[in-house]
Write a protein that binds this ligand. Structure first.
Ligand SMILES: [Zn+2]
Length: 420
């Protein structure tokens, strides 16, 4: 089974040459004039709009977009007057993109212009989070929809709507729960549970992210002490943010790849809204990742999992690192690396702490799974959205997953100084 998802890709033009800049400005002005005339005329059908915009010196993709858009302006949006800042719209016939990893900016767009032989390529700065989808767009695995080009004070921004198929999560067969513990020493520790036992754990090192974060903190602090220009500070901040975003991309890809090897995998992560309700959030995050990176990493794992039909569940994170995954009683985590179960009747004495935590996270989604035989449980009677008392599962609210950390947010935060 598959279903279709729509997303909007965003890219900024690499600053065009003066020559291209003029052509883009002309194109936008002509488009806005055509839009204004068609709107003012009260044309309410595609053919009426077409009669008006045909003489304009515009590429056919922009004229076709006007024919679609203008009738909707009055009918659907009930617009009384036009906003001055309308973006230039094109139909998906203008979705001609190219990719080469030999260029500094790997993706380019073939800007449509009126007349033969007048189009030109513009290099794009894409959002690195959307790189996979840009590749899908170039290879036509994803289908382009409308394209909008907006001129801002300092740059040109392109929006491309894309549709792509995703697999629907499997619902039958044996489910493998995979806990993901997100931390600082190990960025991600993944652990699948098979018959309640941790199986083939996966570790993605956090040393590079940690190093970058410290370096970023030192560099920015020094720049601020020296009263460096806002531009210079912002530029360094962007540099580190992009490097961290790359790490997040790679780590999330690895985690989903790990999950895919298991039968009917379901990813389980900690729901931090539980932590936010308590006052120790800052303390909790300090021994973890920066909260921005944490939220972003979870968000990217969820996106990538959804794309390949793997569902994601969130559980209450209380005591996941202090509980023994085997006997489920409280033990100790005296060091970052090691969990110790003090109970004599438990076969676990010490265990790698992050793997213990991720096994607990996986188990928590289905707390009955290992102690009650599956066939004796009326599994369908229990709501799985957190409203039942017999399940600890929740679906995370889609509220505050920052896609970008701001410089201000950074300045208000301090990196962890623990454990090294
Ligand atoms: Zn134990």
């Amino acid at each position: 089974m598959s279903t279709t998802v729509t997303k909007t890709l965003q890219a900024t033009f690499v600053p065009p040459t003066a020559h291209k800049q003029t052509k883009l400005n002309d194109l936008l002005e002509t488009y806005r004039n055509g839009l204004q005339e068609a709107f003012d005329s009260g044309a309410s059908t595609m053919s009426a709009v077409s009669d008006i915009v045909t003489p304009y010196d515009l590429p056919y993709q922009a004229k076709a977009a006007l024919c679609n858009y203008v009738p909707k302006l009055r009918k659907t949006y009930n617009a009384q007057e036009l906003d001055n800042e309308h973006p230039l719209r094109f139909t998906n016939q203008a979705a001609k993109f190219d990719h080469s990893d030999e260029r500094e900016h790997e993706f380019t767009w073939w800007v449509p212009r009126p007349g033969r032989g007048t189009n030109f390529w513009i290099p794009l700065r894409i959002n690195p989070e959307q790189e996979d989808l840009w590749h899908d767009l170039v290879s036509e695995d994803a289908k382009a929809g409308e394209i909008r080009l907006q001129k801002h004070r300092k740059n040109w921004v392109l929006h491309v709507t894309v549709e792509y198929p995703v697999e629907e999560p499997a619902t039958d067969g044996d489910i493998t729960y995979i806990g993901l513990d997100i931390g600082e020493t190990a960025l991600i520790t993944g652990c699948a549970l098979k018959d309640g036992s941790p199986t083939d754990p996966f570790v993605c090192s956090g040393s590079r992210a940690k190093h970058l974060r410290k370096e970023m903190h030192t560099t920015l602090k020094r720049l601020q002490e020296r009263d460096a220009s806002e531009w210079r500070t912002g530029e360094r901040f962007d540099h580190y943010q992009n490097a961290l975003a790359d790490i997040v991309e790679k780590a999330s890809r690895e985690a989903v790849k790990y999950a895919k090897q298991f039968e009917n995998p379901v990813l389980v992560m900690e729901d931090l809204t539980y932590i936010r309700e308590r006052l120790d959030y800052g303390k909790y995050m300090n021994r973890r990742l920066h909260s921005w990176a944490f939220a972003r990493l979870q968000g990217r794992i969820e996106d990538k999992a959804t794309e390949v039909g793997i569902s994601v569940e969130y559980v209450n994170p209380a005591y996941t690192s202090q509980t023994c995954h085997s006997c489920h009683r409280i033990g100790r985590r005296d060091s970052q690396a090691e969990f110790r179960c003090p109970h004599d009747d438990c076969h676990v004495s010490t265990f790698q702490a992050d793997i213990n935590a991720s096994a607990n996270i996986a188990r928590r989604v289905d707390p009955w799974g290992e102690s009650v035989p599956l066939d004796k449980v009326e599994r369908d009677d229990s709501p799985r959205d957190g409203s039942g008392s017999d399940t600890a599962t929740t679906h995370r609210e889609q509220s505050e997953t920052p896609s970008q950390m701001t410089l201000t947010a950074f300045q208000e935060s301090e990196p962890s100084s623990s454990d090294d």
